[in-house]
Every structure is written in C-alpha cells, then in structure tokens.
Ligand binder design. Structure first.
Ligand SMILES: CC(C)(C)CN1C(=O)[C@@H](CC(=O)N[C@@H](CC(=O)O)C(=O)O)O[C@H](c2cccc3ccccc23)c2cc(Cl)ccc21
Length: 348
C-alpha cells in the first residue's frame, strides 16, 4: 500500500492503537470523524505516560521528572524514549513516540489544550504517588487515598474525554462540566481492574487495595492468599467489590446524558465489561490464584448489546442480580451489597 507521506504518522498511530489494545482499538475506530483522531492521540499519550509509570526498572529520580514534564514533552517534535526495561509491554510506543507527537501537534488547539491539561494533572498525580510509594511500601492506605489514586490514573481520563466530546460539538457543552459523573466512569473501570489484578500487582509489589479495607481481615495484603484465610479473603473481596459497585449508578446516569451514538458505544462497552467482571470477581477465590477474566464469547455478546441506554441498563441489572444470587447472609457485607445492587436495579 502506498501511503502519502503526510499520512504516515497517522497510520503508524493507529497501528500502535491496534497493538496496545486490540478489542478497544476497534471501538475507537468506530468514533465519528470529528472526535476519532483526538481520542486516538489522547489514548496513546496516556499509554505513553502509563508505560513510564508502570516501569519499575526506572529509578524514581528519573521517573519523577519524566512524569511531571510529560505535558511539555508532547510538544517536542522528534522526542523519543528508549530507556524502558526490555520486557515493558508498550516500550516500542515510546521508542517511536515522535509519531504520536506529530499527530498531537496536528490536532485542533482546543483538543490539544484538553490533552495537555489532563496529562499535566495525571503526570503530577502519578509522580506524587510513585515518590510516596518509593518511600513507604504500604501503597494505598485509606479509602480516600484509593479514590485519589484512581482519580489520577482513570477519573481524569473521564474528565478529559467529556471535555473532548463537548469540544468536538458532538456532545453538549454541559457534559464537560459533569466532573463528578466523568470521574466515576473512570473510578468504576479502574477499581474493577485493581480488584482483578490483585495477584499480578502483588507479585511486583504494587499494592493498590486500600489498607483500610484489608487490615480488617489480615495483617498484610499478601496474607489474603495464604491457606487458612479463605473466609477472610472472600469477605475482604466483598468489601472492595462493594466499594467499586457504588459508582455503578453514576455511570448509568453519565451514559444517559450522551447523545452521539458512536460516543455512547465507546463509553458503554468498557462499562458493561466492568460490571460483568465485577460480578465474576464477587465471591470468586480465583482472584487470589490467577487473573480472572470474562470469557471472549461473553465479551462479544456484551459489545453487540451496547447501542442504547435501555440495553446497557438491562445488562447492569442482569449482573446486579447475579451478584445478589451469589450474596451470602453470613457475609458481614450482606446488607450493603444488597442495597448497592438495589440501587442499580432501581436506576431509571
Ligand atoms: C485506566 C483506564 C480505565 C482509564 C484505561 N482505559 C480503558 O480501560 C479503556 C478500555 C481499554 O483500554 N480496554 C482494554 C482492556 C484493558 O486494558 O484492561 C482492551 O484491550 O479492551 O476505556 C477507557 C474509557 C473508555 C470510554 C470512556 C471512559 C470514561 C472514563 C474513563 C475511561 C474511559 C479508557 C479511555 C482512554 Cl482515552 C484511555 C484509557 C482507558
């Protein structure tokens, strides 16, 4: 295929999008013309930031300025980064980051301003957390710290996306002002990922489960997977699933405000994957022995049924019932789980 030279960087960006997240890349490509490139570049800039934050082989002295300055770095034509560890998942993205920068600089100024603002806040939030975690190994302490960390790495993404959607004109200007709802969209996804990734994170000593939650059951987060602690592990899991579940009604409220069909599907698909994952994680001891993921077939079925709020609300109600059925009257959180699921079932 002959690619005109000015299209080369854009084609390369979409190739990176396909590599960094196969199923989600197709959803981004379904977005309407006026918003697709901005979201693609936003996604890749965030991926670049995440690749630096995730790389435990980069010393904090180097990592901190890299994160804090990333909002300025994305204006530096030609900038690339080749110092990630050899097995860092998306290291090639940073090795060829100049193509992302070229495409970023080609975006409308309003889109650039949103992406820079979020990158600035996220980079500084990640740096604050990385520095703190480097010095005290406990990681996330209180439920408030949990919400703060998830705000930095995911809530800000929702806030940025709402601004991009409004800026494109495909959604009302009011959407950019829905900070709380946009934040909850990110917290719901990120908290579900953190519950799912308990084992992977523990093995690289990354501790995101709040001490305020696990310290009620064990002396250390790692004790949850020890033989003999099975009941404690399951009851602790209920507590953190309950924490994530509380964002679900706000996600439905946010989705109900969207008017553009391609934006609705783009936002709804990760949310229905998250509620399905949460239902699978609840009462599931495999969280402590493997990474629990919903089956491909279920994913495909969910994606096909994400075209309007009625379908999405029905999917949320279905999984709320699955959680209710798994609920156990001997679980200290039995009532709170019932109430949280009730709020999803009554959502209208
Ligand atoms: C941390 C995260 C949840 C924000 C990551 N995040 C998402 O998880 C992706 C989904 C994704 O990447 N899925 C991967 C699987 C995986 O990586 O776990 C896939 O291959 O399907 O979706 C989110 C995302 C999409 C739509 C609306 C959102 C509103 C608020 C916050 C995030 C929103 C995302 C949108 C953008 Cl622009 C950037 C990142 C994300």
């Amino acid at each position: 295929r002959v690619i005109p030279p000015e299209q080369k960087a854009k084609v390369r960006c979409y190739e990176f999008l396909n590599k960094t997240s196969r199923s989600f890349a197709t959803v981004i490509k379904e977005l309407d013309d006026d918003i697709r490139d901005a979201v693609c570049i936003f996604y890749l800039v965030l991926r670049g930031l995440d690749t630096i934050e995730d790389d435990m082989s980069i010393p904090i002295e180097k990592k901190e300025p890299l994160l804090r300055n990333f909002c300025k770095t994305i204006y530096k034509k030609g900038w690339t980064f080749d110092e990630n560890g050899p097995n860092e998942k998306d290291r090639q993205l940073l090795v060829e980051f100049d193509v992302v920068i070229d495409e970023f600089l080609g975006l409308g100024k309003k889109f650039q301003d949103v992406i820079v603002d979020i990158t600035d806040k996220m980079g500084n939030g990640m740096a604050d957390y990385a520095k703190d975690a480097a010095y005290n190994k406990y990681g996330v302490i209180t439920n408030k710290d949990f919400d703060k960390y998830c705000h930095y790495v995911a809530g800000l993404v929702g806030i940025g996306l709402s601004s991009l959607f409004s800026t494109s004109g495909l959604e009302k200007p009011e959407l950019a002002k829905e900070i709380e709802l946009s934040n909850s969209m990110g917290l719901f996804l990120q908290k579900t990922n953190i519950i799912r990734d308990y084992l992977d994170d523990l093995l690289v000593n990354r501790r995101f489960w709040p001490k305020e939650i696990w310290s009620k059951y064990v002396d250390d987060l790692a004790d949850l997977r020890k033989p003999g602690n099975e009941k404690k592990a399951i009851d602790c899991l209920s507590t953190i699933v309950l924490n994530a579940l509380q964002h679900a009604p706000e996600c439905l409220t946010y989705l109900n405000k969207l008017q553009n069909k391609s934006i609705f599907s783009f936002c709804a698909i990760p949310q229905v994957m998250a509620i399905a994952t949460l239902a699978l994680l609840f009462k599931n001891y495999n969280v402590y022995t493997s990474v629990v993921k919903i089956r491909k077939g279920e994913t495909v079925k969910l994606i096909l049924k994400c075209t309007n709020i009625f379908e999405v609300a029905n999917i949320f109600r279905y999984y709320a019932r699955v959680i209710i059925q798994k609920n156990d009257s001997k679980d200290p959180n039995f009532m709170k789980i019932s109430v949280a699921c009730g709020k999803i079932e009554q959502w209208c």
